[in-house]
Ligand binder design. Structure first.
Ligand SMILES: Nc1ncnc2c1ncn2[C@@H]1O[C@H](COP(=O)(O)OP(=O)(O)OP(=O)(O)O)[C@@H](O)[C@H]1O
Ligand SMILES: N[C@@H](CCO)C(=O)O
Length: 292
């Protein structure tokens, strides 16, 4: 059994805990029945003993496999990690969604994506990464009770994500602590109006107005101050023709949306100026989590 889950970029500027999209950079997990529990890890984090142990995946997989099958069985798990860890590209969501998809599949229980998404909300309480990780595409999502309500729009193949991955991690839990408990009405309206406008732009493929719509006053600048070089990343990406340039999730990655024809030029400028950061040009993903 192969499970594959894409990386995701959440918030997209003003859509804090609400908007997100999937990019074509996937973690893959092969799961096979086995006499003993065994794990192998390749790629991102493979040198880190905590990641190799993958207690996040195992605890969710085991809890749900037992819930669904009534049994405790052993498996071999082969992880190929391509999503940078703790960098704002939804690495934790990918693990959660993979563990749930794996548990349902190995237990032989039929499921739909909505079921996986609602279960994933138990482990990650904001829906903006888990929704595109499950569904693919651009998603607007809200939570009511213990359910995610979301709407997906497929992304066209003439756009690219130019993703700048700094060499330092920022954990989501820590990055949420730098945010205020209360916001001024002006800041709230500034971001709320842009999140609504941005949703309309994505839904109508009006890319050229994203620069205005992607500005935010709730979280970006406050978080970027933890890594001030990010202000220069944003300035350069926009100067080179990015349609929008936003902190990806809680950081440290920067997400730039661009027309395919501009993407390589933007990426090269960013590589030249920030040689210590990794820069990827990625297609957008419309498939979300896959199990086969
Ligand atoms: N491939 C992986 N294997 C094992 N654990 C992982 C893996 N990817 C992520 N994790 C766990 O998730 C944590 C990172 O979650 P965190 O929410 O801080 O970052 P993120 O999901 O990459 O960022 P964001 O939510 O802003 O997009 C890691 O510290 C680790 O515990
Ligand atoms: N909406 C979340 C995304 C990161 O998981 C945040 O900004 O904290």
């Amino acid at each position: 059994m192969l499970i594959s889950v894409p990386a995701t970029s959440a918030n997209l500027g003003p859509g804090f805990d609400t908007l997100g999209l999937a990019v074509d950079l996937r973690n893959e997990i092969v799961i096979k029945p086995s006499k003993f529990l065994s794990l192998s890890t390749h790629g991102e984090g493979a040198e880190n003993p905590k990641i190799k142990k993958n207690s996040l995946f195992l605890s969710i997989f085991n809890e749900n496999y037992k819930r669904l099958s009534g049994k405790t069985d052993n498996f071999r798990f082969e992880f190929t990690n391509r999503i940078p860890i703790s960098r704002g590209l939804g690495s934790s969501s990918a693990v959660i969604v993979a563990a749930l998809s794996g548990a349902y599949t190995m237990a032989g229980v039929k499921y739909n994506k909505r079921e996986i998404l609602n279960q994933a909300l138990r482990y990650e309480h904001h829906p903006d990464n888990i929704t595109p990780a499950v569904m693919g595409g651009f998603n607007v999502a809200c939570v009511e009770g213990d359910r995610v309500y979301s709407k997906k729009r497929r992304m066209p193949d003439y756009l690219r994500a130019v993703v700048v991955v700094p060499n330092r991690t920022i954990s989501t839990a820590r990055s949420r602590t730098v945010l205020p408990k209360m916001y001024k009405k002006e800041e709230t309206v500034y971001s709320l109006s842009r999140a609504a406008y941005m949703t309309a732009l994505f839904m109508s493929e009006s890319w050229d107005l994203l620069r205005i719509a992607s500005k935010d006053k709730l979280h970006q600048a406050r978080r970027m101050k933890m890594m001030p070089e990010l202000f220069d990343v944003q300035k350069l990406a926009l100067k080179q023709g990015a349609l929008m340039s936003t902190l990806s999730g809680s950081g440290s990655t920067f997400f730039n949306l661009a027309y395919e024809k501009d993407a390589d030029k933007i990426a090269q400028s960013l590589r030249d100026r920030f040689p210590h950061f990794r820069v990827f040009v990625l297609a957008l993903d419309n498939n979300g989590a896959i199990a086969r």
